[in-house]
Design a protein around this ligand. Sequence first.
Ligand SMILES: [Mg+2]
Length: 191
Amino acid sequence: MGDERVKTDAMQIMGMFQVLPRLVVFDLDYTLWPFYCECRSKREMPSLYKDARGILNAFKEKGVDIAIASRSPTADIAKTFLDKLNITSMFVAKEIFSSWTHKTDHFQKIHSKTGVPYSSMLFFDDENRNIQTVSKMGVTSILVGNGVNLGALRQGLTEYNENVNTSEKNKQRWLKKFSGNSSSSEKNEKK
Ligand SMILES: [Mg+2]
């Protein structure tokens, strides 16, 4: 499938969901591209997983911001590859640094740069330990087995919508319990 075809399919999948995340964050190695960039040379020409570019383009087209959270120890190689692939300017934040935390500091930085709450983010990564820690922050986090693809996209948006619905229900329950009288806007609309 070409990039345009994937983009069309991805936009169709996005159209099936009530809400989209405000920000989608991607790991690099084995999520957007099928290698560890620390094992590669800057002189090489990298390639993305086959669905990756179409999915990135679809999010941009839908007005959803995208960002990178990578623990690669070779940020210079990663950034060179993003340039060579012509996708550097697509990302509102690029946090690429090695760290002992499993990306909690990456997400704190992304949050303070963008102002997007963790609950409005969706994250794709191929390492379970990153998924575990980041999901505890409130980010819907999806483990990818073979890079980001249309299946992972559908799964991510499904889980994101489930999480939004659950927190909305909890909020309503909380409001009912503690607010006593529910102020309605109907009164104002009638006059
Ligand atoms: Mg990875």
